[in-house]
Every structure is written in structure tokens, then in C-alpha cells.
Design a protein around this ligand. Structure first.
Ligand SMILES: [Zn+2]
Length: 192
């Protein structure tokens, strides 16, 4: 079964995974990579993508300011199909669905994607397949898609920074308030 978010993992799970490098280098990434060349070289890439360069993603956010840390490599699978293996890390500003103020959401994701897998392999594999443009992959597009798939459907503050008015609206009414009129009646009756 393939699901859109299958290759996305939670922050907690991510923390347990051995990280290949202690930190991200701050260099900018180029946009396009020739797959066969990179598979044969076995190079490992690290760098930063400016959030504002990803227009489709930025259009879903409250702010296009920020950086996405990315690292990835191209390898060959057992079936001789290239694989893009990587991870990303960033913080995105979205709108809280409760108080409608901005809130930051930390995003970390690992991705493992088949490149140009033949139909049969694409169908059988648990990995998603991406398709190259004449043998080249646009890493910006891959990262953008990962982040869009990983965006929370409903984002809400989980602390006191969430507006109090909005919060009280969202809460179910206190039952004791509903019971008050009756208890008052009871008291009136018994004192009669
Ligand atoms: Zn809020």
C-alpha cells in the first residue's frame, strides 16, 4: 500500500534515527541533479533552500521567510532503479485554526523515493516514485512536495500562546453551569 505520507515520519521517531552528519552545512543547493552521474559518483549533498524559492508551498503559509535544511544522496536499488535518499528540516509559519494567529511548526522528514521506476516496480514497491525530466531531478520540487504533504491539516497552538477567547469558544460548556438552575430550584423547594 502506498500512501502519500508514508515516507514522512514523526519528529519523535526521527530523533531516534542515527543522523549521518552532526549538522547541516549552510551552502546553497543547486536545483537540478543528473541522476546517473550522481549515482555513479555516490556524492552526498547538504545545503539550504530558501523557503521563498518554493512558491507553491509558500502560498500555503503565513510567511515565506525561512530556510530548509536538506541533505540527500542518489543510490541504486537492487532492481537497478535509482533512489533518492534524504532528509529535511525546517520551521514553517502557519495559521492557528483556533485563534487565527501565526504559529511555527517544526518539520522534519526523511524521504526515500524511487526515480523513474518501471510501472511494475512502482506498483509493487512501498516507496513512492518520482519522475525525472530527461534524467534530471529538481530537488526543490521534491522538497516542496514533501513539505506540502507533511503540513498539518489542522494546526493549533497547544499552549498558552493560543488566544484565550478562541479557546473558550472551542471548549465544551461546563456541565455544572447547566445544572445550576436546577440546584437553585432544589434549594428553594427544600427551604420551603
Ligand atoms: Zn492559537
Amino acid at each position: 500500500m502506498k500512501t502519500a505520507g508514508e515516507h514522512l515520519i514523526s519528529i519523535d521517531k526521527f530523533a531516534a534515527i542515527h543522523v549521518k552528519s552532526p549538522g547541516f552545512m549552510q551552502g546553497k543547493l543547486k536545483r537540478h541533479y543528473q541522476i546517473q552521474k550522481e549515482v555513479s559518483r555516490g556524492d552526498y549533498f547538504q545545503g539550504v533552500i530558501e523557503l521563498r524559492a518554493l512558491l507553491r508551498l509558500a502560498g500555503k503559509l503565513e510567511s515565506d521567510q525561512g530556510k530548509i535544511m536538506v541533505e540527500f544522496e542518489f543510490t541504486a536499488s537492487d532492481y537497478d532503479c535509482p533512489i533518492l535518499n534524504g532528509r529535511l528540516e525546517t520551521s514553517l509559519t502557519v495559521e492557528c485554526q483556533r485563534c487565527l494567529k501565526s504559529m511555527d511548526v517544526a518539520m522534519k522528514s526523511e524521504f526515500k523515493l524511487l526515480i523513474d521506476a518501471p510501472d511494475e516496480l512502482a506498483h509493487e514497491s512501498s516507496l513512492d516514485t518520482i519522475y525525472s525530466d530527461n534524467g534530471a531531478i529538481d530537488i526543490f520540487e521534491v522538497v516542496e512536495e514533501e513539505l506540502i504533504l507533511g503540513l498539518p491539516l489542522v494546526a493549533m497552538h497547544d499552549d498558552i500562546s493560543c488566544d484565550e477567547y478562541g479557546r473558550s469558544q472551542d471548549e465544551t460548556p461546563d456541565i455544572s453551569v447547566k445544572e445550576n438552575p436546577f440546584s437553585v430550584l432544589k434549594k428553594l423547594k427544600t427551604t420551603d
